[in-house]
Design a protein around this ligand. Structure first.
Ligand code: MG
Length: 385
């Protein structure tokens, strides 16, 4: 029985992680952490009986304490509490980092310091701090188990050859709900339009990121660090049905791809139980014969500008990736609140990238400074658009 800690347990990845371990067993839930969803957290604590529970916001922690007066659980809060939860299983425990945003970076580093195993779903850890994560001495005896479907696919495909035999990574993208829209059509799309993803049911932020292609750009940044490849050796391919989750081309011209139904429970289960493959967590396996065909096309780099802007940031290093990511965070929140239009997201990202100087390999403190200065500029831009 292995101890598991789920950071972001009330989100989409977190709830599915708990659903899988409930079904498959093998883990004891040692700690849970979430941002502010008190009601769901109360339910999870009563069911999984963790030793520690972190509610990131103080008011939520207070509320949870009230609700759980009859339950022996230590309730902590803030970044200190989040890091305490992350490391409480000690070396060899598995930390699932499914928290959204840059607050995921520090608990991941804390878990590495402690010698925990890590199943990573937090994008910002690699996007902003990939250079710090990959040079940590933890890597001598551990490796990150990616949960994101594309990186899980690449991880599995890479097992088919040696590192020096890899020619390139083929990162697939659904293209999102606006794949076929023109620039003029995008001027008037709303948050409700963007939230209708054709294949995946996900959180709001990532669904918008998928519509703008910013999500794919963040995945390029992650893949670059996770698999130690040059940005130019990562090619994005549009696969509108989300059946091929990504592929690896080897030097002999063979392309190995991982295919599965578009359901996050598949990559989550793989990350949790690796190196074993368990029965599918889904109701059915996929039939290729019934599928009939799989569509593939090149991405449009002119209309949905998230990808070209992100590729530029990726080549600029972790500082520029931090600016790209932070500007996007503010822009997406503003779009969801109806304060800016869809294309305004690109304007804000691009202006922040042009105006904020960022080094290739910033320290952790500097990453947060870059985030703060980007937030400030992006907020100003939201007000002026
Ligand atoms: Mg993905």
């Amino acid at each position: 029985m292995k101890d598991i800690i789920v950071l972001g347990s009330t989100g989409s990845i977190g709830t599915q992680t708990l659903e899988i371990i409930e079904k498959r067993g093998g883990f004891r839930v040692k700690a849970l952490a979430a941002y502010g969803s008190v009601a769901l957290m109360e339910e999870q604590v009563r069911k999984f009986k963790p030793d520690i529970c972190c509610m990131y916001t103080e008011s939520a922690a207070k509320d949870l304490k009230e609700r759980l007066r009859d339950v022996p659980v230590r309730i902590v809060t803030g970044m200190e509490g989040l890091c305490e939860a992350a490391v409480c299983g000690g070396p060899g425990s598995l930390v699932v980092t499914a928290i959204v945003g840059m607050i995921g970076i520090e608990p991941t580093l804390a878990a590495m310091d402690t010698g925990c195993d890590i199943a990573l779903a937090n994008k910002e850890t690699m996007v902003c701090a990939g250079h710090l994560i990959t040079t940590h001495k933890w890597n001598e005896s551990h490796f990150i188990r990616p949960i994101d479907s594309e990186h899980s696919a690449i991880w599995q495909c890479l097992e088919c050859g040696k590192k020096e035999e890899v020619a390139k990574i083929l990162l697939t993208a659904s293209g999102g709900p606006f794949r076929t829209k023109t620039y003029d059509e995008l001027k008037s799309v709303t948050a409700a339009d963007a939230l209708c993803h054709p294949n995946w049911a996900m959180g709001k932020k990532i669904t918008i990121d998928s519509a703008t292609m910013v999500n794919k750009a963040l995945e390029v940044m992650e893949a670059r660090w996770l698999f130690d490849v040059a940005v130019d050796d990562i090619e994005v391919v549009i696969q509108p049905d989300s059946i091929i989750h990504s592929a690896v081309e080897f030097i002999d011209g063979s392309i190995m791809a991982q295919l599965a139904p578009p359901d996050m429970r598949v990559p989550i289960q793989h990350a949790l139980y690796y190196p074993n493959r368990l029965e599918t967590p889904l109701e059915h396996r996929m039939s290729l014969a019934k599928l009939g065909s799989i569509r593939l096309e090149a991405p449009d780099m002119n209309v949905l500008k998230g990808l070209p802007l992100g590729m530029e940031a990726a080549k600029g290093g972790s500082g520029m990736c931090t600016v790209f990511n932070a500007a996007n965070e503010i822009a997406v929140a503003a779009f969801l609140e109806g304060k800016i239009g869809f294309l305004g997201i690109y304007d804000i990202i691009e202006k922040c990238m042009r105006e904020i100087p960022a080094e290739r390999e910033p320290s952790l403190a500097r990453i947060f400074e870059l985030k703060a200065s980007t937030f400030e500029l992006a907020q100003k831009l939201v007000g002026s658009i």
